[in-house]
Design a protein around this ligand. Structure first.
Ligand SMILES: O=P(O)(O)O[C@@H]1C[C@H](O)[C@@H](CO)O1
Ligand code: URA
Length: 316
């Protein structure tokens, strides 16, 4: 059994205090200073090939989500909402040179896809955080706008995460580093979550709550589904697990929030997770709503975040 270590690079270190003063993004890797060039391979960007400060230096809001189409749609929507000049349909994919992720920049807003699951979002976040650092961005807010399965709440409800928990309902993320397990905290920004809840009250067009979000390594057995290709538990065991999750404060389940919270916290980014629920897992496992309904649900976190961004920019 590998030893479980407390992460030494916790939020109480001096670097994080200085973040509060200067607003820069932290990079906690001394080896990076020795690199003559930093290639952000999965973005097809680099410090020698691109002028990152002039391309990204004005970024203040980063929104991330699983699907490239959703993040493109969000970029077009934000273009419209911020009343920016130019044809929103011309918003280009900055990562067009690779098909790993898509990235769109609209004024001070960056919209990026991260694929499905912890490994995929983790790779994206390493490169994104380095990008923000190289670009000398300051006071950046980052928000994951995703989909999820709800527990005991009406489908279509938007859940703003207060704390991301693992499959054992623990507020932590375990990263295997070499042959050790490093445990990192999964704190999110409390004030940001409250501000987002307040925005939702002002829009008042869909139910929004604050709750714990459980992050799993799998969509099927890992989320207690009975409809995967494999299933090694009974219906009763499934319900007993989901009820326990509910009792511990979990209101939705997705697949990225713990690593997202852990990495953003360590790097001094103000972060939130805002996911719409596509179904109530106490009523079933299959996502059976119509395409139109699911599309409308997916727009809800986008509407909320657009409202928040406009408010921050004094545009609402
Ligand atoms: O941002 P998305 O909607 O991709 O997040 C959830 C979690 C998984 O990535 C995926 C599973 O359908 O949806
Ligand atoms: O049930 C669901 C729905 C969306 N995403 C998930 O991870 N789970």
């Amino acid at each position: 059994m590998s030893p479980i270590l407390e992460d030494s690079s916790n939020g109480g270190l001096p670097e994080r205090d200085s973040y509060a003063k200067n607003g820069f993004v932290h990079i906690k890797n001394p080896h990076l200073d020795l690199l003559p060039e930093d290639i952000l391979y999965h973005f097809d960007l680099g410090t020698k090939t691109h002028d990152l400060p002039s391309m990204f230096g004005d970024v203040k809001f980063v929104c991330v989500g699983g699907s490239p189409n959703r993040m493109r749609a969000f970029a077009l929507f934000i273009h419209q909402e911020l009343g920016l000049e130019g044809d929103s349909n011309n918003v280009a994919d900055i990562c067009a040179g690779t098909d790993r992720y898509s990235m769109f920049k609209v004024g001070p807003v960056l919209s990026i896809s991260h694929g499905m699951g912890i490994p995929s979002i983790s790779i994206m976040l390493h490169e994104l955080i380095k990008l923000l650092h190289h670009a000398k961005c300051r006071d950046v807010t980052i928000i994951r706008i995703g989909t999820s399965g709800g527990i005991g709440i009406e489908p279509g409800t938007v859940v703003i995460t207060d704390v991301a928990v693992d499959s054992f309902f623990r507020p932590q993320f375990e990263q295997v580093v070499l042959d050790k397990v490093v445990v990192r905290k999964t704190e999110l920004h409390k004030e940001l979550a409250e501000d987002l809840l307040q925005c939702s009250k002002e829009i008042a067009s869909f139910p929004t709550i604050i709750g714990h979000t459980m992050c799993t390594y799998d969509f099927y057995e890992g989320q207690g589904r009975l409809d995967g290709a494999l299933c090694s538990f009974s219906k009763e065991e499934k319900f007993e697990y989901l009820q326990r999750a509910f009792s511990s404060g979990v209101r939705n389940i997705e697949m990225e929030s713990t690593v997202f919270a852990a990495m953003c916290h360590l790097c001094g980014l103000k972060a939130a997770v805002v996911c719409v629920t596509l179904l109530n897992r106490l009523e079933g496992d299959q996502i059976s709503e119509s395409h139109e309904t699911l599309t409308e649900y997916q727009k809800r976190p986008q509407q909320l975040i657009a409202e928040y961004i406009k408010k921050q920019l004094n545009l609402s």
